[in-house]
Design a protein around this ligand. Structure first.
Ligand code: FE2
Length: 118
């Protein structure tokens, strides 16, 4: 199956804004500490109706992927994952629309290396 990505991340089409995973992480991520990743579909909420809905959301750290979270029609088009990282990592989120296929976004997480207690 073809995976769709942003053609121009600085200028998303309205269709891309509704389908691309929007990955939200804390401002500071420390080595080995659990944190929450919120994946929304998308920056503009995707419909969740009988005819048009998001089936599931998956998150991967590097090549290691977590089990896909399946959504119900009563859910918002978003999912939360609790993860921790041992090194700077790229995380990938994939979303699957029943009509418009699989969409993917990635972000690189640089671990916080400061000395204070953030
Ligand atoms: Fe869709």
């Amino acid at each position: 199956m073809k995976i769709q990505k942003a053609k121009n991340p600085d200028s998303l089409t309205s269709f891309e804004q509704t389908h691309l995973p929007w990955i939200i992480i804390p401002e500071f991520v420390k080595k080995g500490e659990k944190f929450e990743v919120l994946v929304k579909v998308g920056k503009v909420d995707h419909p969740m109706t009988d005819e048009h809905y998001i089936r599931g959301i998956q998150l991967c750290i590097g090549r290691k992927c977590f089990k896909r979270i399946l959504l119900k029609l009563s859910d918002h088009s978003e999912a939360k994952f609790k993860i921790s990282l041992e090194k700077d990592s790229t995380i990938t989120a994939r979303t699957e629309c029943n009509l418009h296929g699989v969409w993917e976004s990635k972000i690189k997480i640089i671990l916080y290396r400061g000395n204070d207690d953030k």
